[in-house]
Design a protein around this ligand. Structure first.
Ligand code: SAM
Length: 230
């Protein structure tokens, strides 16, 4: 019986990969990568020589059929994305769904590892017993509502944002008046963590060349202080 491995890879620092991930990638019959060039760098670093095929959000039915046929032949397949955990704002979920439809008995095995949202959350200092992950805000339509709706989430909120919209996102978070942690380039050479309220972080970021990758962690809603009369 074949196995589909969902393998987490580093989010920047090539050392952030598990021994098990290296073993699974080395033993797989085929590795499915979001971008084969990105994954080739990782595989070369660990001296892994394997057949590599591209599977991404625009891969059509033909590619899915090809993958299912290889699994039906008894081959083990490993799915990786460009960075972090496949399926978390990355291709994977739909593929797993389609494979399970045709092969409900197949083993789908998680090889856990890096994830940008959880890494940011883990250093935020905010309560993590309950949190909401919102992924990327929409670029245009629905963006205002996306940020306005955070008001209704009293606990910690994690979101991803593209470098092109960092200042815009901060401006849109301002009315919420919540503490914030912005994690930039986690695990990489220029890793920076900005903590404070939105105004303070805006001051530090405005006018900067905003390169890199970002995770926002919005702290919980502040409880209103009781006045003497209450
Ligand atoms: N699957 C990935 C994961 O497990 O974290 C997420 C993929 S999503 C397409 C890419 C986004 O994740 C980036 O735009 C950024 O918001 C966040 N991200 C990825 N790597 C990061 C890093 N090293 N530092 C900060 N954010 C990162």
């Amino acid at each position: 019986m074949s196995t589909l491995f969902i393998v987490a890879t580093p989010i920047g620092n090539l050392a952030d990969i598990s021994l098990r991930a290296i073993t699974v990638l080395s033993n797989a019959d085929l590795i499915l990568a979001e971008d084969t060039r990105v994954t080739r760098t990782l595989l070369e670093h660990y001296n892994i020589k394997k057949e590599l095929l591209s599977y991404h959000q625009h891969s059509g039915r033909g590619m899915i059929e090809k993958i299912i046929s290889r699994l039906k032949q008894g081959q083990d397949i490993a799915l990786v994305s460009d960075a972090g955990t496949p399926g978390i704002n990355d291709p994977g979920n739909f593929l797993i769904q389609e494979i399970l439809k045709e092969m409900p008995e197949i083993k789908v095995v998680a090889i856990p590892g890096a994830n940008a949202a959880i890494s940011a959350l883990s250093i935020s200092g905010f309560p993590t017993d309950k949190f909401t992950f919102l992924g990327f805000p929409p670029h245009k339509k629905g963006r205002q509502t996306f940020f306005r709706n955070i008001e209704d989430i009293a606990h910690t909120v994690v979101l991803y944002e593209s470098k092109h919209r960092i200042i815009k996102a901060l401006e849109q978070l301002k009315p919420l008046n919540r503490p914030l942690v912005v994690c930039r380039e986690l695990t990489k050479q220029f890793e920076t963590v900005y903590r404070g309220n939105v105004e303070e972080i805006l001051l530090r970021l405005q006018g900067n060349n905003l390169l890199g990758e970002f995770v926002f962690v919005v702290g919980p809603k502040q409880k209103k202080k009781k006045t003497d009369e209450e």
